[in-house]
Design a protein around this ligand. Structure first.
Ligand code: RB5
Length: 149
């Protein structure tokens, strides 16, 4: 399958059932889901899992990534520390669409203790269906990238 349809997925212990539901949902839509775990429910550390998924996206192995923890906030912060990553936490479909259209987000973070499964899947679809609009937004995204240099 082409790298264009490859998406990295990871979580901490707080989001394993939701991560599995998302993996199943995206696989059914033809995405090549690179689910890097964890697979067991022991308490673990969200920075490890956020960074691992972010590195797959930053390297180009995966075009996009989705990461989950209890709130989505900690794993988003970790993912954004990897150069080239633009990750936003979303609890609504409007924001999920906008972070692709305006911010060229390449990763989405979700909070498994914040959104239910039905809404989470709609947020995932909104994120995946949207695309970057470029133009004036490209100038601003370039300014974000410049902050990394
Ligand atoms: C784990 O209890 C929790 O702190 C973590 O999943 C996440 O919500 C952190 O941002």
């Amino acid at each position: 399958m082409s790298a264009d349809k490859r998406i990295a997925l990871s979580s901490d212990h707080a989001a394993i059932p939701l991560r599995r539901a998302i993996a199943e949902h995206m696989s059914a839509q033809g995405w090549d889901v690179v689910d890097i775990g964890p697979t067991t429910p022991e308490s673990t550390h969200y920075p490890t899992h956020g960074a691992a998924a972010a590195r797959l996206v930053a390297s180009g192995d995966c075009r996009l990534g989705i990461v989950l923890c209890g709130t989505g906030q900690g794993i988003m912060m970790a993912a954004n520390k990897v150069r080239g990553i633009r990750c936003g936490v979303c609890s609504d479909t409007f924001s999920a669409r906008m972070i692709r259209q305006h911010n060229d987000a390449n990763m989405l973070a979700l909070g498994a203790r914040v959104v239910g499964e039905g809404l989470a899947l709609e947020i995932v679809d909104a994120f995946l269906d949207a695309s970057f609009e470029g133009g004036r937004h490209a100038t601003r995204v370039d300014m974000i990238s410049a902050l990394e240099r």
